[in-house]
Ligand binder design. Structure first.
Ligand code: ATP
Ligand code: MG
Length: 426
C-alpha cells in the first residue's frame, strides 16, 4: 500500500462536502474506519468538480444504521448500502467489501456469482480487499479528511497522473464478472479525457458480447449516462472502435456500415446533444433513443408499407416491434417509448404540409424534437430538403404568411368549395 501524505498531493479537506466529513468524523468517533472513496478523489485530482462524495467504512450496514438512526436508510439488495442524510445532503455510505469467494464461504456472506457474473455482492471485508474489488485503479483511492492522506492499494494515484484508465486485476475476468464496466470505461475515458491502458482496451472487443447478459434496465441507465455525459460524440467513436456499439445497436451499426451517411447522421446527433449540454439546455432520452432505434423502425415501416398497411399503422406497428425487440436487451421505459412513437409518427405528419392539420402538428408537444429529428433525417434522405425548409420557414413567418403557406393564397377559395360540396355529392 502507498500512503500519500498532505505534502505529496494537492487535495485538502475543504474540497470535500461538509456532510461527508461529518459522517466520517462520527463513524470514527464510534471506532470505525471511514474514508471518502472513488469518483470524488479521482475527479478532484483531475481538477474536476465531483458529482457526489461516497463514503466507505468498516461498519456494517446495521452498525451504520445504529450510528445515524433516523438519518439513515438501508437500501439495495444486489449491493446493500446506507443512505445517510445530513442537512439537505444525501451521502451513500458503503461497507468495505471483499470479492474473494473463499471469504464468502467462510463469513457466510451473501455473494452470488452466476456464469462468472456478479449477481449479489454483499461480503464484507477489509479496506485492501475493498480496493481490489473496485473497477479501475483511478476509482479505488481513499481519502482520510482528518489526516488529509490518500491511501492507494492499486497504483491509482500514478495512473491518474499518467491519465490512464486501468482495470484492477485481469481485464477479461473483470469485464465478464460485470460487463457494464466496459461502458464505464468508455464513459470515464471520454468524460475525464483518460486513455484506456492497453490490456483494458484489448479486452473490450472480445468480451463485448457479454453485454447481452446485463439487466436491460441497467443497460438503458448506463447508456443515458454515456450519451448525456456531454461527450457523446467521442463516446460513440470509442464504442464503435471497440465493438460495443454494434453489440448494443446491431441494426443501427449495420445501417452505418451500409451507408456512410448514417455515420454522419449519428455524429451530428451526438454533437448536437453535446452542444446542448455545454449550453445547459435540456436533453431527453426520448430524442436520443428515437434516433438510435430509427434504422430498425424505418426498415420495419417500409416492410409494412409494402405489405399494404396504411402508413400510420405501418409506423405504429414498426414502433411496437422495435420496443418488443428491445425489451430483452436495452429496456426502454414505457413513458420514453410513448415519446419515441410520437416523434416517429410526426415524421409522417410532416409529409402533409397543407390543410389545418398543420396547426395541430405545430402545436404537438413533441413537435420540436420531431422537427430536430427531421433535420437529421435529411442527412440520409436529401430528398427531404425542400420539405424540411418548409417546416423551418413555417415556424418563423408571421400568422398571415403561415395561412398562406398552409392553404395557398389562390387555392384557398377553391379548396373550401370543393370540401363543402362533398357531403352533398355523397
Ligand atoms: P461518477 O459518479 O462520476 O459516475 P464514480 O466513480 O463515483 O463516478 P459510481 O458509479 O458512483 O462511480 O461508483 C462509485 C465507486 O464504486 C466507483 O468509483 C468504483 O470504485 C465503485 N464501482 C462502481 N461501479 C462498479 C462496478 N461496476 N464494478 C466495480 N466497482 C464499481
Ligand atoms: Mg459516484
Amino acid at each position: 500500500m502507498q500512503t500519500y501524505p498532505k505534502s505529496q498531493h494537492q487535495l485538502s479537506r475543504e474540497q470535500f462536502s461538509p456532510a461527508s466529513r461529518a459522517i466520517i468524523q462520527q463513524l470514527s468517533d464510534h471506532g470505525y474506519e471511514a474514508y471518502v472513496v472513488g469518483g470524488a478523489i479521482r475527479d478532484l485530482l483531475l481538477g474536476k468538480k465531483p458529482k457526489d462524495f461516497d463514503v466507505v467504512t468498516s461498519a456494517t450496514p446495521e452498525q451504520i444504521k445504529a450510528v445515524f438512526r433516523r438519518r439513515c436508510r438501508l437500501i439495495g439488495r444486489r449491493f446493500r448500502l446506507a443512505h445517510v442524510y445530513i442537512d439537505r445532503d444525501l451521502i451513500e455510505v458503503a461497507t468495505f467489501r471483499s470479492s474473494s469467494g473463499n471469504d464468502a464461504a467462510a463469513s457466510g456472506g451473501d455473494r452470488l456469482i452466476r456464469n462468472g457474473q456478479i449477481i449479489r455482492d454483499n461480503v464484507y471485508g477489509s479496506i485492501d480487499q475493498d480496493a481490489v474489488r473496485r473497477d479501475f485503479t483511478a476509482n479505488a483511492l481513499y481519502f482520510d479528511p482528518a489526516g488529509e492522506t490518500i491511501l492507494d492499494f492499486v497504483n491509482g494515484y500514478e495512473d491518474i497522473n499518467k491519465r490512464l484508465l486501468s482495470l484492477i486485476g485481469e481485464p477479461a475476468e473483470r469485464f465478464r464478472e460485470d460487463p457494464v464496466r466496459m461502458l464505464r470505461a468508455v464513459r470515464f475515458a471520454v468524460k475525464l479525457d483518460l486513455q484506456l491502458d492497453a490490456p483494458c482496451a484489448a479486452a473490450i472487443a472480445p468480451n463485448a458480447h457479454c453485454l447481452a447478459n446485463v439487466a436491460p434496465a441497467r443497460l438503458f441507465d448506463e447508456l443515458i449516462k454515456i450519451f448525456h455525459s456531454g461527450y457523446a460524440e467521442s463516446a460513440f467513436e470509442l464504442m464503435q472502435k471497440h465493438g460495443l456499439f454494434a453489440q448494443l445497436f446491431p441494426h443501427t451499426a449495420q445501417a452505418i456500415a451500409e451507408r456512410p451517411e448514417y455515420e454522419t447522421l449519428y455524429r451530428t446527433a451526438f454533437a448536437n446533444t453535446d452542444e446542448r449540454i455545454a449550453a445547459s439546455k435540456p436533453v431527453t432520452p426520448v430524442f436520443l433513443f428515437a434516433v438510435l432505434l430509427w434504422p430498425r423502425a424505418e426498415q420495419l415501416f417500409c416492410q409494412h408499407l409494402q405489405n399494404g398497411l396504411p402508413e400510420f399503422d405501418a409506423m405504429n406497428l414498426a414502433a411496437t416491434t422495435v420496443f418488443e425487440e428491445q425489451r430483452d436487451s436495452i429496456f426502454v421505459p414505457r413513458v420514453i417509448q410513448a415519446g419515441i412513437r410520437h416523434i416517429w409518427t410526426l415524421q409522417l405528419r410532416f409529409m402533409r404540409n397543407r390543410g389545418k392539420r398543420v396547426f395541430s402538428t405545430l402545436a404537438h408537444p413533441r413537435f420540436r424534437a420531431a422537427y430536430d429529428f427531421l433535420l437529421l433525417r435529411q442527412i440520409t434522405q436529401p430528398e427531404l430538403a425542400e420539405l424540411t425548409s418548409w417546416w423551418t420557414e413555417i415556424q418563423e413567418v408571421p400568422p398571415e404568411k403561415k395561412r398562406e403557406m398552409i392553404f395557398g393564397s389562390a387555392e384557398k377559395g377553391k379548396r373550401r368549395r370543393r370540401r363543402r360540396k362533398k357531403p352533398a355529392d355523397s
